[in-house]
Write a protein that binds this ligand. Structure first.
Ligand code: F6P
Length: 341
């Protein structure tokens, strides 16, 4: 068996753990050969790949990013790839492709699979927004980073009697904001799933200060929007990958709160810090298990599917099921954190 592996889309802590696990299982148990395409689907289309043996993946378990590089795929290039899948498989002699990626990567994987390429997907994203899997690796690391940042911001906020508005990642799904906000005890959480009214945040801050509290922390997902007409903030244009170009809700909200409260409010944009660096133990384990199960599925010839976590079990689910809709934060999870919305 010859396996092609690639990492595509935004990177995420744990990608190297999957690559390592795929190579270990494939080489050690099935005497298979693994090649890694560079920079996502671009490497597949341009014939850029390298051989991955045990030495090549030695020491990468705890390393963030991806040793293979990553990139987002433009739609017209995907069409090109689908038209040529048979040639691609023949050219590289691969029996199966294991693409590791988020919603865009898995949608492309599904299209390649429908076009006839044997594919086994592995879901990743710090956003935790892939349907059909309870968790994606990278999410735990991102939540940890954001939680620690808010813990730290609380002490400096209190010293200066400030409001800190902490913007975290999450375009359509507010999982990072929800869980890091809960873990850090943020006083307000704003998610893409539910428009927020700045007047509620103003009330919350005023109430805190009236009780003698000297600071407040608001955690806002980058994709959160205010209730229509409640403050000056619009929807951004759509880029070439179909993503909204955000206007900077953290900064806009801090400005708005400062104006309305007459108190200092500082924006802190965590950005790619959430995606960089070493994965947590949880993410390393999940990524390793996903890699192991992907090779098992490839060995069984179970194509057009991806690994998924259900409870504590790793199962295989159809790619089609995984990419039909994003997993957003449901109302009951928001209700649990109600006091801070
Ligand atoms: O999808 C993962 C993600 O980290 C989002 O949370 C974020 O909006 C996006 O990627 C950022 O992408 P880029 O690295 O292209 O700026």
């Amino acid at each position: 068996m010859r396996i092609g592996v690639l990492t595509a889309g935004g990177d995420c802590p744990g990608l190297n753990a999957v690559i390592r696990s795929v190579v270990h299982r494939a080489v050690t148990n099935y005497d298979a050969e693994v090649i890694g395409f560079e920079d996502g689907y671009a490497g597949l289309l341009e014939g850029r790949y390298r051989s991955l043996d045990l030495d090549a993946v030695s020491g990468i378990l705890a390393r963030g990013g991806t040793i293979l590089g990553s990139s987002r795929l433009q739609r017209d290039r995907l069409r090109e790839a689908c038209e040529n899948v048979q040639d691609t498989a023949r050219e590289f002699g691969i029996d199966v492709l294991i693409p590791i990626g988020g919603e865009g990567t898995l949608t492309a994987a599904r299209m390649l699979s429908d076009a006839g390429l044997p594919v086994v997907g592995v879901p990743k994203t710090i956003d935790n927004d892939i349907s059909s899997t309870d968790r994606t690796f990278g999410f735990d690391t991102a939540v940890g980073v954001a939680t620690e940042a808010m813990d730290r911001l609380k002490t400096t906020a209190e010293s200066h009697q400030r409001v800190m508005v902490v913007e975290v990642m999450g375009r359509h799904a507010g999982w990072i904001a929800l869980e890091s906000g809960m873990a850090a005890g943020a006083h307000g959480i704003c998610l893409p799933e539910r428009p927020f009214d700045p007047a509620d945040l103003v009330k919350m801050v005023e109430e805190r200060f009236s009780r003698g509290k000297r600071f407040a922390v608001v955690c806002v997902a980058e994709g959160a929007h205010p209730v229509e007409g409640s403050m000056d903030y619009g929807h951004g244009a759509i880029d070439q990958f179909g993503h909204e170009r955000f206007q900077g809700i953290g900064t806009a909200l801090a400005f708005e709160l400062e104006r309305r409260l007459g108190k200092e409010a500082k924006p802190v944009i965590l950005g790619h810090i959430q995606r960089g660096g070493t994965p947590t133990a949880y993410d390393r384990v999940l990524a390793t298990r996903f890699g192991w199960h992907a090779v098992e599925a490839a060995h069984r010839g179970e194509f057009g599917r991806m690994t998924a976590l259900r409870g504590t079990d790793v199962v295989m689910v159809p790619l089609a099921e995984a990419v039909t809709e994003l997993k957003t934060v449901p109302k009951d999870r928001m209700d649990e954190a109600e006091s801070v919305f």
